[in-house]
Design a protein around this ligand. Sequence first.
Ligand SMILES: Cc1cc2nc3c(=O)[nH]c(=O)nc-3n(C[C@H](O)[C@H](O)[C@H](O)COP(=O)(O)OP(=O)(O)OC[C@H]3O[C@@H](n4cnc5c(N)ncnc54)[C@H](O)[C@@H]3O)c2cc1C
Length: 109
Amino acid sequence: MLAHDVIVIGGGLIGSAIALRLAQAGLKVALLEKNAPGREASWAGAGMLSPAPDSSVSIPLVPFGRASLSRYPQFIAEIQEIAQRNVGYRTDGAIELLFSPTQNANSAR
Ligand SMILES: Cc1cc2nc3c(=O)[nH]c(=O)nc-3n(C[C@H](O)[C@H](O)[C@H](O)COP(=O)(O)OP(=O)(O)OC[C@H]3O[C@@H](n4cnc5c(N)ncnc54)[C@H](O)[C@@H]3O)c2cc1C
């Protein structure tokens, strides 16, 4: 009989990353996906990684975003090592278009 310590539901980026870390911690993990893994929001995502807030409501989350982003290159390196594949991670920056003289003042960095 199969026995698992943890069942993770959803095989997108989040569920897969959680399942990976739990398995690395020595737990027996079952990852359940109702469709194909990585084909929902994780597939649709444009791939931009930015701690800049979408709106003023998100400003308190900026430190978390910065901390997360600073750890991402190491995470990507680890994933590429495990998968033996280049995932196409690039750090070329982004162009932000401002459409009014005051817009820059409203976006927290
Ligand atoms: C159009 C679009 C553009 C985006 N662009 C960006 C971007 O540029 N930068 C950025 O940082 N973020 C972006 N995002 C957000 C980002 O893609 C998501 O935050 C991220 O992919 C969420 O990952 P997830 O694993 O939580 O969700 P998902 O990838 O959706 O994974 C959830 C999985 O759970 C499965 N599931 C759901 N219910 C069940 C169930 N009952 N049983 C089994 N499986 C189940 C689904 O099939 C799915 O595979 C974008 C999102 C969209 C939609």
